[in-house]
Write a protein that binds this ligand. Structure first.
Ligand SMILES: Cc1cc2nc3c(=O)[nH]c(=O)nc-3n(C[C@H](O)[C@H](O)[C@H](O)COP(=O)(O)OP(=O)(O)OC[C@H]3O[C@@H](n4cnc5c(N)ncnc54)[C@H](O)[C@@H]3O)c2cc1C
Length: 393
């Protein structure tokens, strides 16, 4: 059986981010690494957006960035400058290809396209083979977050029911990259949340990211316990576009479907010290928003630093006060105590975008946290906070 220093099980966002940081570190660049994924022929299956200050680790891959965002609810329209943050977009395929291309120049890295069937005792097994390593970094989930048909929708709906310990909502969406024949978009502003859409008895909004004056990524997004049937996403996008752009013709250049778990339930399946969960599996998705890209960067960069310093790598995010706020916000959404439209409109309309971004990045000060949480009704906040505190371990 082949023996490696590290096996990266799953070459998606987290696996490839880790690889990126490992090959950047001189002291680790000669480690024997195996990367395994069931599909190494990557496609443009997702678009990542995130905010950050200054230049990105992946600046050369940014498709478009914005320095203002907008929030819309009924007749209320809020335009918020994001300075010193910039909201940025990276297309999945350019990210995958860029890291794979660089890593292929290193002959200490082996690649294997195979479906992993088990990970235990320093060993990764796939159909027809296995390999051992000192550390295995796994982002292999039991489900596919990119749903395509009614069968995958059903299996995601039944999966969330298996996690009953803590609230679990899906953030599910369909995105279309569309192109109009005429110039219709304001390219300066990312429309982060437009709640003037069918709320599906949950929280729903349209997300419009203009790439050029004619082209945009338009995403119908819902936070709810179950996914919708596929046609409902199409109908919402069509209705929205015909209402806002007066039935003008457009073509659909690309489609993406996705389901992101909004939960503090753990997906980790192994408690062995040699198996390090990363990405969604390693708790890197922020439960109250579904944002994960920047947390994945932080988590995988820290693992590379730990390995470089000869420390035990550990991806488990500690329980911070921000995770407590996540739990409270999720509790309010899950138990339908206040609509997401109301919560997010209040938070964004009463605070600077930069303060909200810091809060959502888990880097805000206690002073700012209090200011943000106090934009929610005190009784509602306290009721959920007490419920969370009673089961907080
Ligand atoms: C469509 C979509 C859009 C998103 N947009 C954003 C965004 O804008 N901003 C943001 O912050 N977050 C976003 N997210 C959330 C999060 O950033 C992504 O889901 C991210 O890709 C998670 O990284 P990961 O490595 O944990 O999982 P993945 O990127 O899904 O990687 C897992 C890898 O494991 C492989 N794999 C799975 N099972 C096996 C097996 N049995 N054997 C071998 N290989 C296997 C898969 O092929 C895949 O390559 C989005 C998610 C989706 C689905």
């Amino acid at each position: 059986m082949d023996k490696y220093d590290y096996i990266i099980a799953g070459a998606g966002c987290a696996g490839l981010s880790l690889l990126h940081y490992l090959i950047q570190d001189e002291s680790l660049s000669q480690k024997k690494i195996l990367v395994i994924d069931k599909n190494l022929q990557k496609s443009n299956d997702r678009t990542w957006c995130f905010w950050e200050e200054g230049v990105s680790e992946f600046e050369h891959l940014i498709t478009k960035s914005w320095v203002s965002i907008s929030i819309h609810k009924a007749a209320q329209d809020y335009l918020l400058p994001t300075t010193p943050f910039t909201y940025k977009m990276i297309e999945g395929l350019s990210f995958y290809e860029s890291i794979i291309h660089k890593a292929k120049q290193h002959n200490n890295i082996d690649w294997k396209e195979a479906t992993i069937v088990a990970i235990k005792e320093h060993t990764v097994q796939w159909e027809g083979g296995s390999a051992k390593a000192n550390y295995i970094f796994s982002s292999i989930l039991s489900y596919n977050p990119v749903f395509k048909d009614s069968t995958s929708i059903q299996s995601l709906n039944s999966l969330s029911k298996n996690y009953s310990k803590k609230p679990f909502l899906w953030q599910h969406f369909k995105g279309e990259t569309i192109q109009f024949e005429t110039e219709v978009f304001d390219i300066e502003t990312a429309r982060l949340m437009d709640f003037n859409v069918d709320q599906q008895k949950a929280t729903a909004f349209m997300y419009v990211l203009p790439i050029t004056k004619k082209k945009a990524l338009v995403e119908y997004t819902v936070f709810s316990k179950e996914l919708l049937d596929k046609a409902s996403y199409d109908t919402s996008i069509k209705n929205y576009l015909s209402l806002h752009y007066l039935n003008q013709a457009y073509s659909v250049l690309h489609e993406e479907f996705g389901a992101i778990p909004m939960t503090q339930n753990s997906f980790t399946t192994s408690n062995e010290n040699s198996v390090i969960p990363i990405g969604t599996m390693g708790g890197a998705v922020k439960a109250s928003t579904g944002y994960a890209f920047k947390f994945i960067q932080k988590q995988t960069k820290q693992i590379a630093i730990d390995l470089s310093n000869g420390k035990e790598p550990n991806s488990v995010l500690k329980k911070t006060r921000h995770q407590f706020y996540d739990a409270v916000l999720l509790d309010i959404l899950y138990h339908d105590k206040m609509s997401g439209a109301e919560i997010f409109t209040r938070i964004f309309s009463k605070n600077k975008a930069s303060t909200v971004f810091q809060f959502l990045s888990n880097t805000s000060s206690i002073f700012d946290d209090i200011k943000i949480m106090s934009t929610l009704p005190t009784r509602l906040f306290l009721f959920s906070a007490i419920r969370i505190l009673l089961r907080w371990k």
